[in-house]
Design a binder for this molecule. Structure first.
Ligand SMILES: Nc1ncnc2c1ncn2[C@@H]1O[C@H](COP(=O)(O)OP(=O)(O)OP(=O)(O)O)[C@@H](O)[C@H]1O
Ligand SMILES: [Mg+2]
Length: 315
């Protein structure tokens, strides 16, 4: 059974000149699956979530959630889904518990059932101890968890989470990822968006990679990694001049593509690692740079994105 079917969706903001936020995108999510949309800022992830939440009408195409059309049967769709929006929507002046009760009533829950659902959700998101504190005093990680709790109140079969771990502490992030896995193990279908390759890798059964509104690749991680072909990933660290080194190596023969991270790290995709490594050492020596670490690793989703777009995911 398919939980979500997306057929040739297109959405342009401010036509005719505005950005095409979703450009002829099709994909399917099976019931019980965790599916991640992975893509950089502006890829179209939130626009896709908004269409699948019936908050935004597509210009073209159609999508079905639990068999119901998002354009023709939005009320049916909304009963099936829980949505954790990218922007946190909680009332700072209310306590955590009061927030949940407020949103629960919006979903039509009341009385004993509402109290019970609030108790269960507080447990799931780990906020039992802080339920009586004003949300204004919560950390951003706790607000995020409360936001997730709100989406779980009506026990949705399908859960959307739009970049739920941005800007929070590692402990809250860990807790959110674990909760998502538990909910999925209990039968919830999950649509998760992120620009963190590691999260998509850890969570997903399948991943769709989006860029500039288009779905540029889709599949299991094993399938996606195959797209980089027989190439090898090499992770390197250098002790100085990272910028210069990155520029030089970008055009070194045998370097298929290259990305650098914040401080000292470089990842590159080599056509032939054994042949390339001596050349890297030689080039580093010529630049007066020491390679402090060089590891050959399996290609990951970051490499797939780099391979397909020529850009790093985090840029
Ligand atoms: N309400 C809007 N009006 C005009 N343009 C918009 C609007 N919402 C989004 N866009 C544009 O549509 C494109 C896709 O945006 P979207 O928010 O869907 O990307 P995203 O993948 O969620 O990005 P992020 O990772 O930053 O959240 C971008 O070019 C964005 O500027
Ligand atoms: Mg977004």
């Amino acid at each position: 059974m398919e939980a979500i079917v997306v057929e040739k969706l297109r959405k342009q903001f401010d036509p005719p000149k505005g950005p095409v936020a979703v450009d002829d995108v099709s994909f399917r999510i099976a019931e019980g699956e965790i599916f991640s949309l992975l893509g950089p800022n502006g890829a179209g992830k939130t626009t896709m979530i908004s269409i699948l939440s019936c908050l935004l009408k597509p210009d073209q195409g159609e999508a079905w959630v639990g068999g119901f059309s998002v354009t023709k049967e939005p009320e049916k769709v909304k009963q099936l889904i829980g949505v954790v929006p990218q922007e946190i929507a909680v009332y700072e002046d209310l306590t955590g518990r009061e927030n949940l009760a407020f949103w629960g009533r919006m979903y039509g829950l009341g009385g004993q059932l509402l109290r019970q659902r609030v108790d269960e959700v507080l447990e799931v998101v780990g906020l039992v101890d802080r339920q009586k504190d004003r949300v204004g005093k919560y950390s951003s990680g706790m607000k995020r968890r409360l936001n997730i709790g709100i989406a779980l109140l009506h026990q949705p079969r399908i859960l959307y989470l739009d970049e739920p771990t941005v800007g929070i502490d590692p402990q809250s992030r860990r807790s959110i990822l674990d909760r998502v896995k538990e909910l999925n193990a209990a039968g919830t279908t999950v649509l998760y968006t992120t620009h963190y390759m590691e999260e998509a890798q850890e969570l997903s059964h399948r991943v769709g990679i989006m860029d500039h509104g288009a779905m540029i690749a889709i599949g299991s991680q094993a399938e996606l990694v195959q797209l980089v072909g027989g190439r090898t990933r090499i992770d390197l660290r250098v002790d100085r001049h990272l910028q210069l080194v990155a520029e030089q190596w970008q055009s070194l023969p045998g370097v298929h593509s290259l990305s650098r991270d914040e401080d000292t790290g470089l990842q590159l995709l080599a056509d032939d690692a054994a042949a390339l490594m001596p050349r890297l050492l030689e080039s580093a020596r010529a630049l007066g740079v020491r390679i402090t670490e060089m590891t050959v690793a399996e290609p990951n989703l970051e490499m797939v994105f780099l391979h397909l777009t020529g850009r790093a995911l985090r840029d």
